[in-house]
Each structure stands twice: as structure tokens, then as C-alpha cells.
Write a protein of this length. Structure first.
Length: 219
């Protein structure tokens, strides 16, 4: 089975003296559910950004969905198939209504209107935010924004979801809703989080960023 992502010898740093990554190797396969751990500043968010082309490595090979990815145009397909949940939901929600935000990705995939409408309805119900459908994202509570941001990804039926600190600031009820949705999704997961209880509920293996490299971890 072909990996979704294969990173080999990835080097990245804002300065050459202190690279964030010093030869990272990572393989993510379909149906993998991987926890990504590490101390603050270890590069968890940077790794997720790199996988979808928001930052580029200085060296190394990044293969996503069977193709080498180097230039901006190479990542257009990647961003349609790999859903990134930002740690700040306000970075993810930019339309006038929740419905428009959740429909944005499916429309970009070229889905017919009927399929988009069904995806919006089903995803909002799945995440218990259907009552927010006609509201402005700016009016939502923090927890509602977090679930709607996740809905914008789930609605696209991605091959993999890359989640950056998904439970930060959420109460137990919102966390439980998120867990139920993630436990039933069929796509692969790479979840960067300090919330080890949450990670135990939604992932099955763990890796850790340590001094610029990926090592095996435990929960």
C-alpha cells in the first residue's frame, strides 16, 4: 500500500545555526492514527505546515500521494487531500456564515451542489453544531469555533487529517464530541498535541520530535 506521505532527510530551519529539523524521516500510511508529541518549540506545528507546503525544507525529499512535492503548484493537490486544522480557529474561518465556511472546501473540490449541501448538513450534525449553521463564525464560542473548524476539514472527506493542538481550550463536552467524530472517521490522522488522554482515545501509535529528529514515543 502506497504511503500518503514519505519524508526523507528533511532539514529545515529559520537559521542555519539552529535547524528545527535535522534530517527527519517520516512515513504516514493510509489508516495510520499517529500521535505527534514533543516539547514546546520542538517543531510539531512546523512539521504539519511543511507537509502541506506552507513552509519548504532546505533539503530532503517530500513525497505526498505518490509524487515528489517541491514547488507551490505541487501542493495544490496535497491541500485538497490532506486537511490541516490550525491551532487558531480564526485562521480557518473566514466566510460570512458557518455554512459557507464548511461548504467552501467541497465546492473547491468540484462537487455538485446537492452533494455539498448533504456534506455540510451531515458534518455539522456529526459535530453537534448544526444550530450554528446560519451564524457568523465571529459570533461563536471558542469551543464552537473549534468544532466548526474541524467540520471544514471533515466535510471534504480527506485522505488524512493533520491536527494541531485540536483540544486546546475545549471543555469536556466539546472534547467528547471531537473524539466521537475522529474515532469514526476512516481517514488517517496525525495529531500534534500535549493532551495525552485525548491522544490515547484517537490514536494508536506515537512519535516524538526530539532535537530535530523523529523518534519513537509512548503515551
Amino acid at each position: 500500500m502506497e504511503p500518503l506521505f514519505s519524508l526523507t532527510g528533511i532539514v529545515f530551519g529559520h537559521t542555519s545555526e539552529r535547524p528545527v529539523f535535522n534530517g527527519i524521516d517520516l512515513t504516514l500510511n493510509p489508516s495510520d492514527r499517529v500521535a505527534l508529541t514533543g516539547s514546546n518549540g520542538s517543531g510539531k506545528t512546523t512539521l504539519l505546515y511543511l507537509m502541506v507546503g506552507l513552509v519548504r525544507p532546505q533539503s530532503g525529499v517530500l513525497v505526498a500521494f505518490g509524487r515528489h512535492r517541491r514547488k507551490e503548484a505541487d501542493f495544490h493537490e496535497v491541500r485538497l487531500r490532506a486537511g490541516l486544522l490550525f491551532d487558531n480557529s480564526d485562521s480557518q474561518l473566514f466566510c460570512a456564515t458557518v455554512e459557507d465556511d464548511v461548504a467552501f472546501g467541497p465546492f473547491n473540490l468540484g462537487w455538485p451542489r446537492a452533494r455539498v449541501e448533504a456534506a455540510v448538513r451531515d458534518t455539522l450534525e456529526r459535530l453537534d453544531v448544526a444550530t450554528c449553521r446560519d451564524r457568523s463564525p465571529a459570533e461563536l464560542s471558542y469551543g464552537e469555533k473549534r468544532l466548526v473548524a474541524l467540520a471544514t476539514i471533515l466535510a471534504m472527506e480527506p485522505d488524512v487529517m493533520l491536527l494541531d493542538e485540536p483540544t486546546n481550550g475545549l471543555d469536556d463536552s466539546h472534547v467528547d464530541t471531537m473524539v466521537r467524530a475522529l474515532q469514526t472517521t476512516k481517514c488517517a490522522l496525525l495529531v500534534a498535541s500535549h493532551d495525552r488522554i485525548f491522544l490515547k482515545r484517537v490514536t494508536t501509535q506515537c512519535i516524538r520530535l526530539d532535537q530535530g529528529r523523529i523518534v519513537s514515543g509512548s503515551l
